[in-house]
Design a protein around this ligand. Sequence first.
Ligand code: CP
Ligand code: NVA
Length: 312
Amino acid sequence: MAFNLKGRSLLTLKDYSPEEITLLLELSHQVKREHRAGNLNQRFVGKTLALLFEKRSTRTRCAFETAFGEEGGHPVFLSSADIQLGAKESIEDTARVLGRMFDAIQFRGFKQEMVESLAEYSGVPVYNGLTDLYHPTQILADLMTVQEVFGTLKGIKLAFLGDGRNNVARSLLIGCSKMGTDYTVVAPDGLQPDSQTLELCREYAQRSGSKIEVTGDAKQGVKDADVLYTDVWVSMGEEEKSRERLETLRPYQVDEKMMAATGKSETIFMHCLPAVKGNEVTFEVIESAASRVWDEAENRKHTIKAVMLATI
Ligand code: CP
Ligand code: NVA
């Protein structure tokens, strides 16, 4: 292995170079091939993984549990309702205790500072399984899916429609700009990426050759896109914004007309899931032949396994 990622946490893709992301993706394809061929490996025997969840999850939890478990490791699921964290124990103390018992920790929750404190105080690799700000393991699965379909990340245009400043959109901005994938955020004012992240990613893009655009004009934004990507209009923790979002984001729904507006017959549809059919995407599009959402969901497992193999 040209790069040694042992002991590293994954808190945001900002911390990983394009070469390191490439390495993780190569390893992801390899573990997927192994899995398909029925090759069993036991690379996590005797290892333990703590899975901390403040927010709900289907894919992320199952990806971590199955990926770790089928390699012989022992994952332990800990929801906020079960542990002292948040009730009477601080994140620093929780981190130091978990670090003595586990080989790695996954955290899904609200504050990015929580996952950062876990990494700082535990002394073991910590994985961000989604915070209000970032969702890095999702983006690895997305990039892997794009590679499977198009054979490359360079020069592919991905347009994200909807809440362009949420955790998934922000993390896609980071991942695409690092990897040479053109990225257009198609979102109304107020739901576009923050200027700080945008500025940073324009620097990444300059190095990778990717083109970053932000527009409120859906027709213009999706033109020539190889991938239309969307996410829920209301992220976990923002439920009070529901009514307002439904109104503002209606013009950004991915329907068959939006797919056709790319002008490309090979455009695929992606979504991190869970999806609210009839809001951000129509039933017809998510169930169409252009939809890659199930491959994308499966790839969560292979990419998460690769991250753990590289870092533990
Ligand atoms: N995409 C994703 O993170 O799904 P879950 O919320 O089900 O984990
Ligand atoms: N933006 C969504 C992603 C869910 C996987 C949320 O945070 O709820």
